[in-house]
Design a protein around this ligand. Structure first.
Ligand SMILES: Nc1ncnc2c1ncn2[C@@H]1O[C@H](COP(=O)(O)OP(=O)(O)O)[C@@H](O)[C@H]1O
Ligand code: SF4
Ligand SMILES: [Mg+2]
Length: 322
């Protein structure tokens, strides 16, 4: 890849120890050896069903959950080992937009204060400058500057997500991690927010790590896409290759469930995804998708496939492909 890499994640593992009544604690393999690189100024999507480890990956990148192993580099700075003031300084460079614009904004605080908070916490500018920055941020995300005195409940869902974006932009971050930022909004509002995100990216050169279970949304915004299944990436490619030429049986199944984005529209080879993924506690020995894969063979149940390059920048983990 000739592009400059902003975020480089290598073999990230995030395991949780879960206590069980009257039994030994078990290990939840929420993220289990994930590697990806996000080019500067681009949008990297992570897609997968609920429970595949998307949110945990996001929280790991933001250093909001303990990392079991692996490395996360932001332009050469290893975020995994930063502590204290170094971590606090690095936090200016990465921010997050959450899924639920209803619960992620403190209902007792005025939206202007909410957007100002990162500037206060990180001591950026004097108080007058911070107020001015907040007004500019409101305008940037398409809200009138007078609205800073209102409370979150006085806004619609879409407007609240604009407030969330203004807050994320306050410290002029290089990277914004968005975890299902439009999933709680209706479709027309989703498109407005996605267009705003693209505009903000063009104006400010922001890089997004964009997490969603919705392939339609991912196709709208992302330059590169990784498909996660049970804590691992099973396929990764640029948007066009992934949507036009999906290779992994799981990606094919996900795509054929969404006719409007599907390469399989009007075709016979629709793959139907049945059942639920196995638990990230008792992992299968071979391919993690084997229990649901229509093409699984004996080998699949025995040996896990490795994520392998199958075309320029196109990776997949499946015995049938590599
Ligand atoms: N703090 C935690 N303790 C134990 N298990 C967790 C914790 N956070 C997430 N998990 C488990 O890790 C797996 C991945 O969760 P998550 O990252 O939220 O997936 P996604 O965002 O793709 O839906 C799930 O099985 C979830 O139950
Ligand atoms: S390795 Fe086997 S079970 Fe896994 S996705 Fe490929 S064909 Fe299906
Ligand atoms: Mg999630």
């Amino acid at each position: 890849m000739s592009e400059d890499i902003l975020l480089d994640v290598k073999d990230l593992k995030i395991h949780f120890s879960k206590k069980k009544m009257f039994r030994d604690p078990v290990t939840v393999h929420a993220v289990d050896g994930v590697s990806f690189a996000v080019p500067k100024g681009k949008t990297f999507g992570i897609v997968g069903e609920s429970g595949s480890g998307k949110t945990t990956t996001a929280l790991g990148v933001l250093r909001l959950v303990p990392i079991t192993s692996g490395s996360i580099e932001l332009e050469g700075t290893d975020l995994t080992t930063l502590e204290g003031t170094d971590l606090r300084d690095a936090r200016k460079r990465f921010q997050m937009v959450f899924q639920d614009p209803y619960s992620s904004l403190d209902p007792r605080r005025r939206v202007g204060e909410i957007v100002r908070e990162p500037l206060d916490l990180m001591d950026i500018g004097d108080p007058d400058e911070r107020d001015q920055t907040v007004r500019e941020l409101f305008v940037k995300v398409g809200l009138r500057a007078e609205l800073t005195n209102l409370f979150p409940h006085q806004f619609s869902g879409g407007q609240r997500q604009r407030v969330g974006l203004a807050r994320a932009l306050a410290t002029k971050p290089d990277l914004i991690v968005c975890d299902e930022p439009v999933s709680a909004l209706d479709v027309a509002v989703q498109a407005q927010i996605l267009n705003l995100m693209r505009k903000l990216q063009e104006e400010n050169g922001i890089t997004y790590l964009f997490i969603s279970h919705d392939l339609g949304v991912v196709q709208h915004l992302c330059d590169h896409v990784a498909v996660m299944y049970l804590g691992q990436i099973v396929e990764q490619a640029d948007r066009i290759s992934l949507f036009k030429n999906p290779q992994h049986p799981y990606t094919k199944a996900l795509l054929s469930a969404v006719p409007k984005v599907s390469a399989y529209e009007n075709r016979e080879e629709r793959v139907h995804l049945q059942g639920d993924p196995p638990s990230p506690i008792n992992l299968p020995k071979g391919c993690r998708f084997a229990g649901r894969c229509p093409q699984a063979t004996g080998r699949c149940h025995e040996t896990p496939p490795l994520l392998t390059e199958i075309g320029s920048g196109h990776l997949a983990a499946c015995h049938l492909i590599a």
